[in-house]
Design a protein. Sequence first.
Length: 400
Amino acid sequence: MSSIQSQVIERLKTQTIELPSWAFGNSGTRFKVFGSPGTPRDPFEKIADAGQVHAYTGIAPRVSLHIPWDLVEDYGKLAAHAADQGVSIGMINANLFQDDDYKFGSLTHPDPAVRAKAIAHHAQCVEVMHATGSKELKLWLPDGINYPGQDDLRDRQERLAESLQQIYALLDEDHRLVLEYKFFEPAFYATDIPDWGTSLLHCLALGERAKVVLDTGHHAPGTNIEFIVVQLLRAGRLGAFDFNSRFYADDDLMAGAADPFQLFRIMYEIVRADALKPAHGPGIAWDPAGTGVNFMLDQCHNVEEKIPGQIRSVTNVQAATAKALLVDREALSAAQRAGDVLGANDVFMDAYHTDVRPLLAELRESMGLAPDPMAAFKASGYLRQIATDRVGGTQAGWGA
Ligand code: PSV
Ligand code: MN
């Protein structure tokens, strides 16, 4: 093993990826949601499944909750259960997209009573943060309009700014607000936070504990996402990723499945900016105003097995990171300075074409893990066990 490879292994040991609780429930398209044997019936079972992903990959120690999908009576009990499973509660995601009152918007709604209701929902999320020790509140709005003239574009921005200020004021000093953007859907003509620029402007107006969330599926085809990563890192405002893959729109497929090269290019910019160090973790001082990024997955497993789907996504992000760390930065910058276009591209592509599987196996063995997490999980019998144990009740799904 070369000294570069050993350095890469040491860097990879510090990486963490946060899992979405909803990845473990059933999901689908507007055509059909398929059930599957062993699907969790409640947040406790979702967290148990997330614990398996961490147990086999060693780098997925947090689970993000979505409220009200993950409503429970006693969040102290849920946090203690998470600790028993070897994980902790990560971000709290607000839900502004499944209530009849939000037909014409939530934080941008023309009716102040509806806006007040949407703001109050965030107060409920902050209570969950207090009970679970979560430090990050994540917002994504479905708000927008379908027809020109349907509502006033500028007024909607003013209402949004005012609502966001009220939500920001609900947070403690050690809390962070992260604001996600999406270019379309469910609104089609104009979305109220369609892009990183709009999200960033609102975050800048709020204060230094407000950061942007970049969901890789929320861009038009062909968008250079790594360029956005560069800009947000320069501004110190990249709060989190929602990693997933897309072929067409917001497909929410496994990260790195559709375009592993794009994932590599994104992770290269992270490594280039020295932003791999996780925002949270043992020995890391949490700084809500700091530049730490939360690397999260936001995915749905509609036809594939869910726990293996999460394991595959985590290891895909890890493999892309390993390749990004292998880029010979000195050789790259020498070629760039010399104007050696193909030479620079070669250095970059060399790292991408490296087979990092042996290095990752070595990393896992050094962490006391099986070299092949997927094979080890499948051999464990957990899937058979949950299919036998979780009989009766209602399987959790998109919306519960
Ligand atoms: C919206 O499409 C989104 O990406 C947001 O992050 C939501 O909270 C999540 O999906 C829920 O599936
Ligand atoms: Mn998302």
